[in-house]
Design a protein around this ligand. Structure first.
Ligand code: AMP
Length: 117
């Protein structure tokens, strides 16, 4: 696995900067996006820093599964299932990634266009 560098998300994990945390277990942390792009916008991250999806290795399979299961559980708890929700991973700057610590966006509470912009 390629370690992510020390990002703003590492600081959130270490509680050095505040965040609105909605879910936490030993491997996963989820908090509200500071600049929401939908009525509900939550970021789900591994506590173990991984730079991006492309850096994931076979030994990260269980962690990736944990992240997806956390996404589904959080979306259910937030009441997003009925209306549908979108899950996004931006991989690389060209795709819009700005924080190089793997994260999944959960977006819900409004209609979404396809293809995405
Ligand atoms: P991405 O562009 O996919 O790398 O997503 C990074 C996301 O992190 C953006 O949606 C930002 O609004 C969000 N973000 C940046 N800093 C913070 C922060 N301190 N707390 C919560 N979300 C943040």
């Amino acid at each position: 696995m390629t370690e992510g560098s020390d990002t703003i998300f590492s600081k959130i994990i270490r509680r050095e900067i505040p965040a609105q945390i909605v879910f936490e277990n030993d491997k996963v942390l989820a908090f509200r996006d500071i600049s929401p792009q939908a009525p509900t916008h939550i970021l789900v991250i591994p506590k173990q820093a991984l730079k991006d999806l492309a850096s994931a290795q076979p030994q990260d399979a269980a962690l990736l599964g944990e992240l997806l299961l956390a996404v589904a559980a959080i979306a259910r708890k937030e009441g997003l299932e009925a209306g549908g929700y979108r899950v996004v991973i931006n991989n690389g700057a060209g795709a819009g990634q700005t924080v190089f610590h793997l994260h999944m966006h959960i977006l819900g509470g409004r209609k979404f266009a396809w293809p995405p912009g």
